[in-house]
Design a protein around this ligand. Structure first.
Ligand code: KIV
Ligand code: NA
Length: 275
């Protein structure tokens, strides 16, 4: 399994890190087999797997449940797990307790926290001191969707761009080992990536980020309806699954399935006919 030191080295060597989300046992197995460097058990599982409207409905037990399944499917991969909405905002003590639960239950390598508020910075430092590596998530932070007034690109004007650069430096200073940059202008992502020693992982950010992350279901078009601009679909599982399921339905209705090769026979010489 790669360690955080490998990711620092990769940044220095300009070798890209690949992160893909996984939410359950089969997706974790597939991602591990793909050669991706990291798995993210994102709180996007709320929308993708559970049909919630936003990540603000995701609970700590949702995260534990899914992260444990992912660990079982990917024993050799560096796993980052999202701290869900409001599990690290009530107090530093509450955040530490929740982080302990999630980190231990999931056997993850790091936890991810959105934003750079005073509380998050303090928690980043305290968790790092306690031995829990923190991945930061800046820019478009979905847990703050209601404060941002929608899923909007962040840091487009000079003032908010400069604030994001400061935030990125702060999370690094407080011990973050990596920083996800979501939904920010490419030149800003370039600037942050060169300003930081820790690797940046982009999503809707830029090519110069030290790595890229996409949501499993987005890149496979699996259960998704509309894709954001920053997603490139690499397959169309919706189509594949639709075709397979409707063919199965039709074949059963038309008594074309099961065929003889899908059925079992009695032992040699046994007959169920009345004598
Ligand atoms: O929850 C998630 O999938 C994420 C990524 C989009 C970075 O946080
Ligand atoms: Na997330």
């Amino acid at each position: 399994m790669k360690t955080i030191l490998d990711f620092y080295q990769m940044k220095q060597n300009r070798e890209k890190a690949v992160m893909i989300t996984a939410y359950d046992y089969p997706s974790a197995k597939m991602v591990e087999q793909s050669g991706a460097d990291l798995i993210l058990v994102g709180d996007s599982l709320g929308m993708v797997m559970l049909g919630y409207d936003s990540t603000t409905d995701v609970t700590l037990s949702d995260m534990v449940h899914h992260a444990k399944a992912v660990r079982r499917g990917a024993k050799e991969t560096f796993i980052v797990v999202d701290m869900p909405f409001m599990s690290y905002h009530i107090s530093v003590e509450d955040g530490l307790m929740n982080a302990k639960k999630l980190f231990q239950a999931s056997q993850a390598q790091a936890l991810k926290l959105e934003g750079a508020s005073e509380m998050v910075l303090t928690l980043t430092k305290r968790l790092t001191e306690a031995g829990i590596p923190v991945v930061s998530h800046l820019g478009l932070t979905p847990q703050s969707v209601h404060v941002m007034g929608g899923f909007k690109v962040q840091g487009k004007d000079k003032q908010s761009a400069e604030k994001l650069i400061e935030d990125a430096k702060k999370v690094e200073q407080h011990g973050a080992v990596m920083c996800v940059l979501e939904g920010i202008p490419a030149p800003l992502a370039d600037k942050i990536t060169s300003a930081l020693t820790i690797p940046t992982i982009g999503i809707g950010a830029s090519l110069s980020c030290d790595g890229q992350v996409l949501v499993y279901h987005d890149l496979l078009q699996y259960g998704t309806s509309r894709l954001a601009r920053f997603v490139k679909p690499y397959a169309d599982l919706n189509l594949t699954i639709n075709q397979a399921l409707s063919t199965f339905v039709r074949e059963v209705k038309q008594t074309q399935f099961p065929e003889e090769k899908h059925t079992y026979q009695l032992n040699e010489g046994v007959s169920l006919e009345e004598e």
